[in-house]
Design a protein around this ligand. Structure first.
Ligand code: PMM
Length: 394
């Protein structure tokens, strides 16, 4: 009797559901059930904090029965399991008794994971997120660290915007106040005087949609009146309590970015227990400020704020663990363009960081970011086309 040959074993790529979907499709499964099963099989790990002793015990018992890995310590639990096995923990009708407090947050995460936002609604339209969306930077600050104020006049700003659009940008971000440490504060009237005429010109020339990079409600109000469709706030709606309401009333989209303190104090505040988890929690609160001010969730984008209150090492951790920010359920924008942490890795000066920026954008796409704020769009677009081509539509 001849022995059968060994069973053939092939390790599938498990960083996305794609390989499982493809394996099922190749064996005759229809597209929809194949994708559904593949996402259900995807391994997830969630960190639960502020859990009670009884909840810890309940989780350990549930894990043993459900075949999930559970590691716990005082006040926390790490739970690792395929998405399909975690799902009952988010269903009030199927939850083991004593674990009811888990359901709302876990449910929100799993719903967002299974059905990520595909569109960002802005004033007067929207942007599809099924491909990388480039946001071109139009700085009208005389002291911006990266283009040295070269576009400080209207004509130059328009020329820069035209090039960014030709290179594939779908949104232009106009900023009139530098956020680098030590930059002189800009009075409201002066900031409006810088950004409003540029926004008006860009919109009139059909180069929009346009966003305004400001922390101030008065500037945002003037920018929206000039035709801006988005407010991009590096303070995550923490600087000016009026800003969320201005966004809501203007029917605009908003980017809430993570930072701590102000540009002058932020470097001393770069202390985190675990940077991605802490940034995600603080960004969740920032998005909550937007919603509390009346901004509908489909108009909100979150941004981890590379370079703001983060050391180079923390920026790289955050880039690697970006999925934690994506799990908040809002579309994610990133702005690594020409920043210091890229210089720390490459040794390149600020004017020679566009290749490093393009690589950072590609890595961020792979981890779930959908919008990319850049100075040079041509290189980033190429990198993102390659990265985008590895991601199958679902
Ligand atoms: N970075 C800067 C300014 N605004 N906005 C968002 N959403 N994300 C960023 O990372 C960000 C930002 C600072 O860079 P710059 O002075 O080159 O524009």
């Amino acid at each position: 009797m001849s022995a059968r040959p060994a069973v053939k074993v092939t390790a599938l790529a498990a960083h996305t559901p794609e390989a499982v979907r493809a394996a099922l499709a190749a064996r005759g499964w229809d597209a929809q059930p194949a994708w559904f099963a593949a996402t259900g099989m995807q391994a997830l790990v969630v960190l639960l904090e502020d859990v009670t002793e009884a909840e810890r015990e309940g989780l350990v018992r549930w894990g043993a029965k459900a075949g999930a890995d559970v590691l716990t310590g005082e006040g926390w639990a790490l739970v690792g399991a395929p998405a399909s096995r975690l799902a009952p923990l988010a269903r009030p009708d199927r939850l083991p008794p004593g674990l009811e407090r888990l359901a709302p947050d876990l449910g929100r995460f799993l719903a967002g994971y299974a059905d990520p936002p595909r569109r960002w609604v802005l004033g007067g339209g929207g942007l599809s997120l099924d491909h990388p969306v480039l946001i071109g930077i139009v700085n009208v600050t005389p002291d911006s660290f990266s283009d040295g104020g070269r576009f400080a006049t209207l004509d130059r700003a328009v020329a820069q915007a035209e090039r960014l659009v030709a290179d594939g940008c779908e949104l232009l971000d106009v900023g009139g106040e530098s956020t680098r440490p030590g930059a002189a504060p800009v009075p409201v009237e002066e900031e409006i005087g810088r950004v409003a005429p540029v926004i008006e010109q860009l919109v009139r020339r059909g180069l929009g949609p346009v966003s305004v990079d400001t922390r101030k409600a008065a500037v945002a109000r003037a920018a929206l009146a000039a035709g801006a469709a988005v407010v991009n706030d590096v303070s995550g709606l923490a600087f000016d309590p009026e800003l969320a309401r201005v966004v809501a009333e203007g029917g605009a989209g908003v980017i809430v970015m993570h930072m701590r303190g102000t540009p002058d104090t932020m470097d001393s505040l770069a202390v985190y227990r675990q940077v991605a988890a802490d940034v995600a929690a603080e960004l969740g609160a920032a998005a909550g400020r937007a919603e509390a001010g009346g901004v509908p969730p489909e108009r909100i984008v979150v941004d981890p704020g590379f370079g703001f209150a983060k050391t180079p090492e923390q920026n790289f951790r955050l880039l690697d663990e970006l999925a934690t920010v994506v799990a908040l359920g809002y579309p994610v924008a990133v702005g690594p363009s020409r920043k210091r942490f890229l210089g720390a890795a490459t040794g390149r000066p600020v004017e020679d960081r566009d290749r490093a920026t393009a690589v950072a954008c590609a890595l961020a796409w792979e981890r779930g970011a959908r919008l990319f704020r850049v100075h040079d769009a041509a290189l980033a677009r190429e990198a993102l086309r390659v990265a985008g081509a590895t991601t199958s539509p679902n």
